[in-house]
Design a protein around this ligand. Structure first.
Ligand code: MIG
Length: 651
């Protein structure tokens, strides 16, 4: 069911689908929220199915099972049109669901870096100070968000002339420092007869009207405003084109807020009796409400694609099934409280299994004042969530990484940096999600469907298949119970090894978040950098975590330029790393099944951990290697080879 609070298991609860701006910030029981995904998964280890209810009216899912074991779903209008999806497991069903509703495209790599936002960085001077602080402190950051104060009195597609007198110059300077810029655009257009966007829209009949022809107006940030009718293709095309000016001066991505649509009125949204023309088959807002943001995001995405000729980045607050094709999503207005750090975990996992692979929560919390410890723990979690953005509200305490004591800043920096080191692994997961629909971060049951215990674990998650995170979500917690599923697990920070299918008690000093590598797996990492593409990397790190019980393993890695569409013409790499192991012999192979993209590194830096013997001889492509590094205390072997090599034998 996408963006819902509560445990990962939704049994016993009732949920409504009606895109809603929760103006005062949501709490645990708030329902509905901004995004509607009328799709659910059912599983009991042996049987699995999914239902996608293809209906955009206000709908409900009532899992308060009755005495006959029945539960219900329905809607206030439209057809009873639903897909019953069968499959062998939940992953299978997600694959099929995203075949129907679409998959996320591979995002630009920079959008997987760290984003810094605030409502609002309100002047050129403030933004420059912010960006130079990141670079001076060597805290990685790729993106700065411009919230509503960059505009001229909240008129969309304009700039405030006093506070942002030279936006092009500003954005160019930021670009030179490696920053990308994302600007907010709301759907409400200020009713102002002097304002071009309003004038043009009225002239061409682009805004929503009542049945009697009267223009619908609602109050939002710019005051009385009109709303584009995104069900019309001509309006979507117009909206796409309106972005040209912003994009031409260097804006990189667009953030769609208030697109439920939110209106400052009793119903909190547009009047449900307003008409949408829908290119010849008109209907009322009550039918299109949940799809308003989807259609807006479609227009925005196409505008960026048209004028930038690169992969678009759009961030949307509201959405409907299919929004993943056009936009990343965030969970709207949360609070700077521990409960909300915790609540975001199952919420984001739930979004992942609902086709929304690229989501995140406001790190540090949006409303209210954050603090050093909360921001530290939240950044640790966020570093491994798909969308990684720190955002805070007007009049709250600043919460940039350096806003609290130095001890917090140090740890926050460490985790943002770690995100960049894990980038090959993370980017690869985004690629896979774009192919299969299987999300980047996953509830445990998705990876361990045979382990019933995992069905109720809501606060731990898998990052792909090989990494488990058990974030700390309480203050002053220096020990924590962690459930590890079947297999052996290695604590990434301490190197400690644990046997799974049981609970362990883990030390959780503030400096670390429990993060475990599945023993036996191959993990690719890269050097740290201040932003994506900052410098040529020299090496790709390949860490092999050997395990007594794992005799062979493979890992496939996708690489491309991270920004263009050249991959569609075959300019990408597909490498399959694999090993087999028996007694005192390890063979590692690298198969380049596609290698048209020219990497900027030329060495593989291997580490074999938990190696069970002292290597006597090592061969690379059949030739004896002279140099390597073996550490008997750590049972670890390091060696470097050129990327044109394909085979290593260690014996
Ligand atoms: O009514 O643009 O959720 O992220 O900073 C508030 C100002 C409007 C709500 C968004 C939030 C954003 C804020 N917006």
């Amino acid at each position: 069911l996408g963006e819902k609070t509560g445990f990962i298991n939704k049994k016993g609860k009732k949920y409504t689908m009606w895109n809603t701006d929760v103006f005062k910030a949501h709490i645990e029981t708030t329902d509905p929220l901004y995004i509607s995904i009328p799709f659910y998964l059912a599983t009991d280890c042996n049987n699995n199915y999914g239902i996608y209810f293809d209906n955009s009216y206000k709908s409900f899912f009532d899992f308060r099972v009755n005495q006959k074991g029945e539960y219900t779903f329905g809607a206030l209008g439209g057809k009873l049109d639903y897909y019953f999806i069968s499959g062998n497991n939940s992953k299978d069903i997600i694959k099929k669901y995203t075949k129907i509703t679409g998959k996320m495209n591979i995002p630009p790599k920079w959008s997987l870096g760290y984003h810094q936002s605030r409502y609002s960085y309100a002047s050129e001077v403030e933004v420059k100070k912010l960006s130079s602080n990141f670079r001076e402190k060597n805290i990685p950051c790729d993106v700065i968000h411009f919230d509503i104060h960059y505009m001229d009195d909240y008129r969309v597609f304009t700039w405030d002339k006093n506070n942002f007198p030279r936006p092009k110059k500003l954005i160019n300077e930021l670009a030179e420092d490696g920053f990308k810029v994302v600007n907010i655009i709301d759907p409400g257009v200020k009713k102002d007869p002097e304002y071009e966007v309003y004038k043009k829209g009225v002239k061409n009949d682009y805004f929503c009207r009542y049945l009697d022809g009267k223009l619908y107006t609602g109050d939002v940030w710019p005051g009385e405003s009109v709303f584009p009718d995104f069900t019309k293709k001509a309006v979507r095309d117009w909206w796409s084109d309106l972005h040209q000016k912003l994009l031409n001066i260097g804006v990189n991505g667009i953030w769609n807020d208030m697109n439920e649509p939110a209106v400052f009125s009793k119903t909190n949204t547009m009047d449900v009796e307003v008409v949408h023309e829908n290119d010849g088959s008109p209907d009322l807002h009550k039918r299109f409400h949940n799809q308003y943001a989807l259609l807006e995001a479609m227009a925005t995405y196409r505008g960026i694609k048209k004028y930038k000729k690169e992969r678009p980045f759009v961030l949307s607050r509201a959405g409907f099934s299919g929004i993943q094709r056009y936009a990343a999503t965030w969970t709207g207005d949360n609070r700077s409280i521990w409960e909300h750090l915790k609540l975001s975990i199952p919420m984001l996992l739930n979004m992942g299994v609902s086709g929304l692979s690229f989501s995140g929560a406001d790190i540090g919390g949006f409303t209210g004042d954050s603090n050093g410890e909360l921001l530290t723990r939240w950044t640790q979690l966020g570093a491994f969530m798909p969308f990684f953005r720190n955002h805070s509200s007007l009049q709250t305490k600043n919460q940039e990484p350096w806003s609290f004591a130095e001890k917090y800043e140090k740890i926050i920096k460490k985790f943002i940096t770690l995100r960049y080191q894990f980038m090959p692994y993370i980017y690869n997961l985004f690629y896979k999600a774009s192919e299969t629909g299987v999300p980047v971060v996953r509830p445990l049951f998705l990876e361990f469907p045979d382990d019933k215990k995992t069905y109720t674990i809501s606060y731990e998650f898998m990052i792909g298949e090989n990494i488990l995170a058990a974030p700390v979500y309480e203050p002053d917690q220096d020990k924590k119970l962690v459930y590890l599923p079947k297999g052996n697990w290695i604590n990434y920070f301490s190197g400690d090894k644990y046997e799974g299918k049981k609970y362990i008690i883990e030390d959780t000093p503030l400096s670390n978040m429990p993060l475990y590598i599945k023993s036996g797996s191959i993990l690719v990492l890269t050097e740290k950098s201040n932003y994506i593409g900052e410098k040529e990397t020299k090496d790709l790190n390949i860490n092999v975590f050997l395990d007594e019980k794992v005799a062979s393993k493979n890992y496939s890695l996708y690489e491309d330029d991270g920004i263009s569409y050249d991959y569609k013409n075959g300019d990408y790499n597909h490498k399959i790393f694999s090993y087999t192991k028996e007694n005192e012999r390890i063979e590692f192979n690298i198969k380049n099944s596609n290698c048209k993209y020219k990497n900027n590194y030329n060495k593989y830096l291997f580490s074999f951990e938990n190696i069970s013997f002292k290597p006597g001889e090592i061969y690379v492509d059949g030739k004896k290697k002279e140099k390597w590094n073996y550490n008997p205390q750590a049972n670890s072997l390091n060696l470097k080879i050129n990327t044109n090599k394909e085979n290593i034998v260690i014996m």
